[in-house]
Write a protein that binds this ligand. Structure first.
Ligand code: AMP
Ligand code: ZN
Length: 134
């Protein structure tokens, strides 16, 4: 896609700090510098997000996510990762080209990505009925 920033990064038209590449996937450091090692794993095939990508693309991206995560833990001194995907504007997706965020973690890094929240008090039985796949 000509006006897509991630397509331009994959083509090399916009510079990036590449972490990994194979025939289906490109991974590079997120420009935000908000988390140490924040990495984006991007499909080379342009699709919008997890809702429209084909299963081959999804498999290739997730396989690369695992490879890179293992590298961060086995070779780079991290102890774990958070893996995040935003799909849809309502979820916070700002770049409309499928990508998965890896946030490498250390036990003492002070990051809290899932702060405790009050219970919603929903009726789980009704919720189950509304959401289960029939
Ligand atoms: P999302 O909000 O899930 O769509 O994530 C998009 C991410 O792309 C954000 O974390 C941005 O910081 C990142 N981003 C946008 N432009 C660039 C760029 N040129 N190089 C690296 N990361 C970028
Ligand atoms: Zn694109």
């Amino acid at each position: 896609m000509t006006d897509c920033i991630f397509c331009k990064i994959i083509k090399g038209d916009i510079p990036s700090f590449k972490i990994y590449e194979d025939d289906k996937v490109f991974a590079f450091l997120d420009i935000a510098e908000d988390y140490y090692g924040h990495t984006l794993v991007v499909s080379k095939q342009h699709c919008t997000n997890i809702l429209d990508c084909d299963s081959q693309t999804l498999n290739a991206v997730m396989h690369a996510v695992q490879k890179i995560s293992r590298h961060y833990v086995e070779d780079c001194g991290f102890q774990g990762v958070n893996v995040i995907n935003n799909s849809g504007e309502c979820s916070g997706q700002s770049v409309m080209h499928f990508h998965v965020h890896i946030l490498p973690r250390k036990s003492d890094d002070g990051v809290d990505l899932w702060p405790a929240r009050e219970k919603l008090g929903v009726d789980l039985k009704a919720l189950h009925e509304a959401l289960r796949m029939k």
